[in-house]
Design a protein around this ligand. Sequence first.
Ligand code: SF4
Length: 370
Amino acid sequence: MGSPRKSSASSMVKAVFDHLDSNGWHGFTVGINDDVTHKSISVKEEIDTEQEGIARCKFWGYGSDGTVSANKSAIKIIGESTDLFVQGYFQYDSNKSGGYTVSHLRFGKKPIQSEYLLNKVDFVALHRPQYIGQYDILEGITEGGTFLINSSQKPENIFRLFTRDMQETIWKKKIKVFAIDASTEIKELVPAGSGEFADLVIDPILRLKGDTIPVSRMPLNGAVPTGTKKLEYRGVPGNPAIWIDKLDFVKEPYIAEPYIEYPPSCSGCGEVPYIHLVTQLYGDRMMIANATCCTSIYGGTFPTIPYTKDSKGKGPAWANSLFEDNAEYGFGMRMAVDSNRKQLKTNVIALIPLLNNAPLRNALERSDVI
Ligand code: SF4
């Protein structure tokens, strides 16, 4: 239980004890749907172990919009200047800018013992209305809870912005809805359907429903398609992908196209132009052993990848070894390539005398392989 970063909620802990109480077997998992080994135990009941009198607030924002900083300041001020106990958990995706953020805050008069993300919420604030329909914004909201949305729409038009599910939740749970216009214009590009991996893996993860993906949908060899970052293009002003695209020299026809697009680095990151350039020079035959650092985060974070391929299907192959042995890791890749070439040469030399096709034989004799 408890793979890294996976929240282990009380309901899962209860499921483990129930399992042990009913002559449970070893080697099980909880919190995932392992339809390959079938060793997952199910979480049958949702329990609420939150203490009485705790106010629970969730804020949906996007990277670099100030939501997280503001919430950190708020809990600091409240913690220092009132007699309330406070807690803040901050959930991000790995994009350095423009990704989603969710701030989970608790306030109460007694020490807070819930060491997990909120699964029940009394107050939800949505700073980016474009998330409606993408994320389950009102998930876990309590009866009579409050929903605050940042929107430039007139009050009479706000309700129709919501999905049917949201509208039903608001009606059934008697949610109080407030709107405030504090927005700047953000562009949105809705991901288009783009193959099975995009539909079955990328899409649910981008909707924060990755926990529902069964194990069998994971690639057997760990390889994932490249060129998928565009599916979550966020249109965040200042994203390097946008200003790089705008540079005239990139658009000159005699300059090679880069094999990277929309890397979610910090705005203005100085590394991106170098990556851009090196892919223009070698991208169609490039293998990248990426040391662990910012470039490994915005260069190859599951499930979307900014490295791309061309119309011939050629583009960088990318991998990251996680630990500080990247030189050895890259050296291993080099040795594998050398070994494959040596094997190919051996096979071609053995094949040539057997060939009746003279042009093919001549071509092989003159080729780089031998
Ligand atoms: S290297 Fe780039 S992505 Fe990383 S922190 Fe610096 S500016 Fe941000």
